[in-house]
Design a protein around this ligand. Structure first.
Ligand code: NAD
Ligand code: ZN
Length: 243
C-alpha cells in the first residue's frame, strides 16, 4: 500500500492525536453505514424517520423495535482490524483521543480506552421522562418497557436527529481537536454536525488533517492527506509503517 512517507514520519513523532470515526469504520465488521441502512423489514423506513423524538412520540414501539434489531446485530459482530489498529495507536501516542459518532460500542470491544461516544450507545437506554439511564430493563410483550422510577417510556440512549449532543462530551472532544497535532477523520461522510466541524477546530490550530474513507467526501479536498480505501486495511498498514 502506498502511504505518504511524510505522514508516517509525522505520526511516529506526534504526541497528541485526535481521531473521529463514523459508521464506515464498522462497515467491515458487517454493520451497515447510514446510507446503506435500509435493509430487511425496514426497507420502507428512512433512518431519519425513525431516529427522532417525533417518530418515538408517534409510534414508540416501532422505534423501539428498530433499535432492538440494531442492538441484536451489534451483539453478533466483532471489531475489525481498523478498530484494533486504533486501540494499538492509543498505546503508542501519549495523548490520544478517540471521538466516535458510532453507537455500536466496537471501539471499546477492540480495547480502546479514551473514547468519547458523541452519539451515545445502543446498549444503553434512558427514560424519556426523567432521563435516568440504565443498561438493564425488562422487555414487555407488545409495548415499550417502562422506567422503574417514574413509569415513563424507555428509549435508546442515543442522540436523535434534532437533539443536541451531550455538552461535556462535545467540549472534551473540541478541546482534544484544538490541541492535537494530527486529526484523523475515518469512515465518516462528514455531513452530520457538529461532529463535522471538529476537523476545522483542529486545522485552525495548525493540526495536519488526514482522511481515511472509501469515497470522496466534502472534507477530502481540504485535508493534508486523503487516503482512499478501507479503514480496516489502511489503518493497520499505517501502524506497521510507522512502528
Ligand atoms: P455515514 O453513513 O453518513 O457515512 C459513512 C462513510 O463511511 C461514507 O463516507 C463511506 O464512504 C465511508 N465508508 C464506508 N465503508 C468504509 C470502509 N470500509 N472504510 C472507510 N470508509 C468507509 O456515517 P456517519 O458519517 O457516521 O454519520 C451518520 C450517522 O450514522 C452517525 O450519527 C452515526 O451515529 C450513525 N450510524 C452509526 C452506525 C454504527 O454505530 N455502526 C451505523 C450507521 C449509522
Ligand atoms: Zn423515569
Amino acid at each position: 500500500m502506498n502511504l505518504p512517507p511524510e505522514l508516517i514520519v509525522y505520526l511516529r513523532s506526534s504526541t497528541r492525536v485526535a481521531v473521529l470515526t463514523g459508521a464506515g469504520i464498522s462497515q467491515e465488521s458487517g454493520l451497515r453505514t447510514f446510507r446503506e441502512a435500509r435493509d430487511g423489514l425496514w426497507t420502507q423506513y428512512k433512518p431519519e424517520d425513525l431516529a427522532s423524538r417525533e417518530a418515538f412520540a408517534q409510534n414508540p414501539k416501532l422505534v423501539w423495535d428498530w433499535y432492538a434489531m440494531r442492538r441484536e446485530k451489534v451483539r453478533g459482530v466483532l471489531p475489525n482490524p481498523g478498530h484494533y489498529a486504533l486501540a494499538e495507536l492509543e498505546r503508542r501516542i501519549p495523548t490520544f483521543t478517540l471521538i466516535t459518532q458510532n453507537v455500536d460500542g466496537l471501539h471499546l470491544k477492540a480495547g480502546s480506552a479514551n473514547i468519547i461516544e458523541l452519539h451515545g450507545n445502543l446498549q444503553r437506554v434512558k427514560c424519556s421522562e426523567c432521563g435516568r439511564a440504565t443498561v438493564e430493563w425488562v422487555e414487555t410483550e407488545g409495548s415499550v418497557p417502562i422506567c422503574l422510577v417514574c413509569g415513563g417510556l424507555l428509549r435508546p440512549d442515543v442522540v436523535w436527529f434534532g437533539e443536541s449532543l451531550p455538552r461535556a462530551a462535545l467540549e472534551t472532544a473540541v478541546l482534544a481537536c484544538r490541541e492535537c497535532e494530527i486529526f484523523f477523520s475515518i469512515g465518516t461522510s462528514g455531513l452530520v454536525q457538529p461532529a463535522a466541524s471538529l476537523a476545522y477546530a483542529a486545522r485552525n490550530r495548525g493540526a495536519k488533517l488526514v482522511e481515511i474513507n472509501a469515497e470522496q467526501t466534502s472534507l477530502t479536498e481540504k485535508v493534508d492527506f486523503a487516503l482512499q480505501g478501507k479503514s480496516g486495511e489502511i489503518l493497520p498498514a499505517l501502524l506497521s509503517a510507522a512502528w
